[in-house]
Design a protein around this ligand. Structure first.
Ligand SMILES: Cc1ncc(COP(=O)(O)O)c(C=O)c1O
Length: 351
């Protein structure tokens, strides 16, 4: 990233981009390899929210249509559902959880009908260690002929995520979380077969070409969702992060991250006055906890003073989570963390 920034400073933005053509093309190839798609099915964005917006706002919806989602849906997605419901008269249906606290596939199957245009699900929520049963949801979406939009922002880079195995039509992710890439990067994968069912939400010189009269033609594949201008410095950083994850291997990354999450969760549950709150039959490296009598923000601040970096969950970022437990302390170990670091975090919490 700093190399490309220097090249931009020394030779100019267009010149630097020309010189980096191959590396830029490899960002698409690397992301396609990461999720099991084709390079032409990848579109690049400046964050996962914009990638998700490009996907969701391109789904044609009308007054008789239904949007099905789950309790763990991400805050910005929920706001978009509400806006589009207001705008179009489409109905937003929140599918209940099963006894494990994950989206209940049986309840989803009950609610899917021919008015269901999209099933939008957060694979892993922003506010807990739940891993939603994406492949089971994919089977139901396919049977119903509904588009399946998977927000994989918290799962891509944390463990293997394969669009073929999951059976989604659209998937979005970010560079800055478990992929360990730079801030200001995001991406979308769209199944080629789903393109005809989408009406890209913005026509501009990056996504379409003028036909000389009053018409235009969309760019091939996923490029029709992109904008013309972007930060190649950031995109190259994203590409490097994805290549690094692929080199390390997502199986190995997933095994290690999830094992550290489980170890941390067990350690927290063993501390007096500390409770973990992660839902799901399958749980990942995001660990949420509360400490009796100490607000989450204060716990995070005290951990920060001991050089343990954590964050806190926000109720308004997970509107359909009706447990009333947020804010919680959110700890997110990744493969590079050591068992000793987890023990140190637990020791600070014990104190
Ligand atoms: C599930 C989920 N989706 C989307 C996002 C948004 O990602 P970005 O900040 O890259 O827009 C987040 C961020 O926390 C998230 O947790």
């Amino acid at each position: 990233m700093t190399g490309h920034l220097r090249l931009e400073a020394e030779t100019g933005g267009y010149e630097a981009a020309d010189a980096a053509q191959e590396a830029i093309a490899d960002v698409y190839a690397a992301l396609a390899e990461l999720v099991g798609g084709e390079p032409g099915e990848i579109a690049l964005f400046d964050n996962a929210t914009h990638a998700w917006n490009a996907a969701f706002y391109s789904i044609p919806l009308g007054p008789d249509d239904r949007i099905l989602t789950g309790r763990a849906e991400y805050g910005s997605n929920v706001l978009a559902y509400l806006q589009v419901a207001q705008r179009t008269g489409a109905e937003v249906v929140v599918v209940p959880d099963d006894e494990h606290g994950q989206l209940d596939p049986a309840a989803l199957a009950d609610r899917v009908d021919d008015r269901t245009k999209v099933i939008g699900v957060s694979h892993v929520p922003t506010s807990g260690g739940l891993v939603n049963p994406a492949a089971a949801i994919g089977r139901i979406a396919r049977d119903a002929g509904a588009l399946f939009l998977l927000d994989a922002t918290q799962s891509v880079g944390q463990f293997p995520v394969d669009v073929g195995a999951i059976g989604c039509d659209l998937l979005t992710g970010t560079g800055r979380k478990f992929l360990r890439g730079p801030r200001g990067t995001g991406f979308m994968w769209v199944r080629s077969a789903a393109l005809d069912r989408l009406d890209p939400f913005v026509a501009e010189i990056g996504s379409a070409t003028w036909d000389g009269g009053r018409g235009f033609t969309w760019m091939d594949g996923a490029r029709r969702f992109e904008t013309w201008e972007s930060s190649y410095v950031n995109l190259l950083g994203l590409g490097a992060a994805v290549r690094q994850a692929l080199d390390l291997g997502l199986d190995a990354i997933g095994r290690r991250a999830i094992a550290l999450g489980a170890q941390l969760r067990d350690g927290l549950d063993a501390l007096p006055g500390v409770h973990t709150h992660d839902l799901g039959a399958e749980r990942c490296a995001i660990v949420t906890a509360s400490v009796e009598g100490v607000p989450a923000g204060e716990v995070a601040a005290r951990l920060a003073r001991a050089s343990v970096n954590v964050t806190t969950t926000v109720a308004g970022h997970t509107q359909f989570d009706v447990r009333g437990v947020h804010p919680l302390v959110r700890l997110s170990p990744h493969y590079y963390n050591t068992e000793d670091e987890l023990e140190r975090a637990l020791a600070v919490l014990r104190r």
